[in-house]
Design a protein around this ligand. Sequence first.
Ligand SMILES: Cc1ncc(C[n+]2csc(CCOP(=O)(O)OP(=O)(O)O)c2C)c(N)n1
Ligand code: SF4
Ligand SMILES: [Mg+2]
Length: 295
Amino acid sequence: MKHYEIAEEKVFLPGHGACPGCAMALALRYVLNIFGRNSVAVIPPSCMGPMMGAQPYSSMLIPIFHNSFESSASSAAGIKRALRARDRDDVNVLALAGDGGTYDIGLQALSSVAEHNEDIVYICMDNEGYMNTGTQKSSSTPRHAYTTSTPGGKESRKKNLVEIMAAHHVPYVATANIGYLDDFVTKIHKIKDMKGTRMIIVLIPCIDGWGFPGDAAATMSRLAVQTGVFPLYEVEDGTKYTINHGPEGLPVETYISRQRRYRHLTAEQVSEIQKEVDENWAKLEGMANLFSATM
Ligand SMILES: Cc1ncc(C[n+]2csc(CCOP(=O)(O)OP(=O)(O)O)c2C)c(N)n1
Ligand code: SF4
Ligand SMILES: [Mg+2]
């Protein structure tokens, strides 16, 4: 893997409104500082709204368009086309959206943008729920997790958005998190140099919504990978798979026992989660063996 110096152009400034210790602030810092000042972003309602700050202040030194919840991908694509019409194709256009705005309400717009291979970068800050409004479930919430709208635990599995995007054959879709910063930074640099619809789904352990200590977001990010719950991988052109970091033999219990949202689980439910994680990993490994990017 190529190692990058982590640029600190400081497009994302201190004084933002994220919860202290939030992984989303760190992720955003690297995304914005690497893409730099020659960028425009669209931000739908999400934790990134308060993070930007209230008018007339902003923690971000680039133009931001606050779009409607469902239109992040299409808003970004429209801005990119308008810039191109004005001979400003050099400007990076970023959609910075939460999982609720991506897996659920923005999926239709995203699918259309992906189908047309619009030239945008889409960063999904996936904290596995509608956190800004008080922890409601999204289709990214994992099975059995407590949210305020699933008080007995969610009954269905987490939607696999990587596979949905891969099925559109977009040039690039990947998972990342701030527990593996080198991998994350490498991926941001990689998509900065590409064209077409590029997406990174960043797992954001949510201090408030998941229920863990404020200094544990990086630990939780690493455990998500080490237990196989959230493998880090890339799919290029819908067919070329690269696994960057996979499970290291830790049981899922190591990860879920540290989160309040799972404290109601029975031993049987923990086993169900383990089984689902094992199945997902076997499937991903199979895909990576069949469709390796190095073949
Ligand atoms: C059409 C519409 N429905 C509902 C809302 C209320 N709302 C604002 S933010 C939000 C939650 C966003 O969840 P997500 O996209 O996952 O971002 P997060 O807050 O978790 O960062 C909701 C439901 C809205 N602004 N617009
Ligand atoms: S609610 Fe969660 S994701 Fe949102 S700012 Fe706080 S810790 Fe971060
Ligand atoms: Mg969310």
